[in-house]
Design a binder for this molecule. Structure first.
Ligand SMILES: [Ca+2]
Length: 155
């Protein structure tokens, strides 16, 4: 009798963990904070002839479809003292949780925008938090000098 009771508890516990993970169907990115960016191109020249880069983000889903573009609310002439920059996402929802998506940082220019940096992100790396506060998650490439912090929720 006691053994059966313990087995029941164990099954409840294991099924609880499995359902907690499988109940998540989408990743909603609410905000991306730019904490570090490089102020020069890889060849050492500056992004703009005068002033800093005019920074905005594009997010592409796993099919390479553009799902967010913040160009119209770009941050002009970004300098070190402007960082960190908070960029609010309006409709950035990742529905495919087993395929990578891209966050690309751009410098807006009059004729052709420059791609500054690209983060290729696997949603599996972004933790699902069931209890307690959902902390932002950081992606960083120290060597290239880029660091972003993602505020998100799973639903
Ligand atoms: Ca520019």
């Amino acid at each position: 009798m006691r053994k059966r009771f313990l087995l029941g508890i164990l099954i409840l516990f294991v099924s609880g963990i499995i359902s907690a993970q499988s109940s998540v169907s989408k990743l909603i990115i609410n905000e991306i904070k730019l904490e570090k960016i490089s102020f020069v191109k890889s060849n050492g020249s500056s992004w703009d002839k005068s002033g800093g880069a005019d920074v905005y983000l594009k997010v592409y889903d796993y099919r390479n479809i553009l799902i967010e573009n913040t160009r119209s609310s770009r941050h002009e002439d970004v300098s070190r003292s402007d960082l960190p920059i908070k960029i609010i996402m309006s409709d950035c929802i990742i529905y495919q949780l087993n395929a990578p998506f891209e966050i690309i940082i751009f410098d807006a220019d009059a004729f052709s925008d420059d791609k500054m940096y690209e983060f290729n992100i696997d949603p599996a790396d972004i933790p699902v938090v069931e209890d307690g506060p959902q902390l932002p998650y950081v992606f960083e490439n120290e060597e290239d000098g880029y660091r972003i912090e993602i505020s998100y929720e799973y639903r």
